[in-house]
Design a protein around this ligand. Sequence first.
Ligand SMILES: NC(=O)c1ccc[n+]([C@@H]2O[C@H](COP(=O)([O-])OP(=O)(O)OC[C@H]3O[C@@H](n4cnc5c(N)ncnc54)[C@H](O)[C@@H]3O)[C@@H](O)[C@H]2O)c1
Length: 479
Amino acid sequence: MPNKPKKTTTIRRRDFLKSAAGTGAGLLILPSGFLLGAGAPSNKLNIAMIGTWGRAGAHFGIAKGENVVALCDIDENHLAGAAKRWPKAKTYVDWRKCLDQKDINAVICCTTDHTHAFIANWAINRGMHVYCEKPLGNTVEEARVVRANYLKNKTKIATQVGTQRHAIPNFNRVRELVLDGAIGELKAAYAWGNRQLRRKGYLPGKDKDGRYFKPPKHLNYDLWIGPAPFHPYNPGYFSGGPGMNCLSWNMFWDFGTGQVGDMGSHTMDLAWNALDADLPTCAEGVAYPANSPEASGGRSKDGKVTKPIPAHPEVSPVELHTSWDIPANKWRAKIRLHWYQGGMMPRSPKAEVNLRKIGHGAMFKGTNGFIVAGFGSRMVIPYGKEADKIDYNPRPKDKQIPDIGSFQGQWVKAAKGDLKTSCDFDYGGKLIETMLLGLVAYRVGKKIDYDGKTGKVANSPEATALLSKKYRDGWKLDG
Ligand SMILES: NC(=O)c1ccc[n+]([C@@H]2O[C@H](COP(=O)([O-])OP(=O)(O)OC[C@H]3O[C@@H](n4cnc5c(N)ncnc54)[C@H](O)[C@@H]3O)[C@@H](O)[C@H]2O)c1
């Protein structure tokens, strides 16, 4: 009889999945401007590419099949390069002007993180479909504003956060393992990333001889700063190669959120996809040196606690452990969710399994065992008193969650059809809001209680102050 409760709950999970899959089936709401749905050859999107170099290159393929009618970049050299590819497109250096072009109905946003929520929100206000590179926002407020605006408009537009690894079939194999009860009842989930980028503070505005660095003529530096507080130009913010330049600015609070918004967007997605999670009820955050016992959830042998790394006022943390209580849903009880980065790691369930060998991974703890996963790999580890209850049968092919195929293609197809994408601004918005709330808890150095409905922190005015940002004069999140 000991297996009985597990079987019942497994069936409950399966039923839930079936009915959840069924909910969307058969619905085909066509967005305005599209008369015949996805299959009609005449239905091409009119795309504005905002940010035309670097990461934008990953979207050229999908854009080529549509009409690119507008290009926008603060770097006029980058803009000229893109204009060679799309000579008929109108060109802009200011995205606010670009979004006023009347024939645009879809936007691909590949700019700096501190402009994502602005561009996404303004585009939604103009009825445009949006593909926005990760992270969707840099503050809890930004994530909430964009998500709320999307929810108001979701019967008209398709959105996708640029977490393209979501299309790796392993993401859904992991989800199936969790939902089908491979490790029994889910108790906790973990995600981690090992990237370490250390910065000392904003880059100096002057060279070693005390002369101000001057932005080159082709760079509209004031527009690059955009809504952020002004920091003087330093060529170091532009010194990375294509698709890697984000690493030159994303560690500084006014421009990014470090590895939380960077690899955290991708790696937490591997866990989040299997949780059907809502916003957390609390958040905590600490940072210990990567080589300390605390970095792997332990304590030093002499009982001394390593000193936490103090928060640098200008730079997001390298080492970090944040965690949240995620409320119960229809198929599972409340769970604890954890994010580790920069060398801090969850404790491995077995000494033989070296989690550090998975640079960016996720782990799920259940009553019978653990699932450990990388972006493209997974393993189930029986564990504890109930370990022998593991009797998982993988789903037959025809019962598996269907593959996404091209991730950008899914967005284009959705924009022309049923508007459904895997990482819409509701799913992706909640994920990044949760991650950003963890950063707030780390910055104030205490557990914060959170109400996901109102977006309010109950027990910390300092945390409340960090949920949002003041923007430079002339820049509005909602415009
Ligand atoms: N999904 C992924 O795997 C992935 C990979 C790399 C980067 N990214 C994301 O893509 C974005 C861009 O990263 P990157 O390394 O290409 O950065 P980048 O600094 O090279 O900027 C990309 C382009 O946007 C332009 N730009 C910057 N601010 C602009 C603005 N306000 N208006 C118009 N154009 C602007 C730049 O001049 C450049 O041409 C980042 O948000 C990053 O997080 C995602």
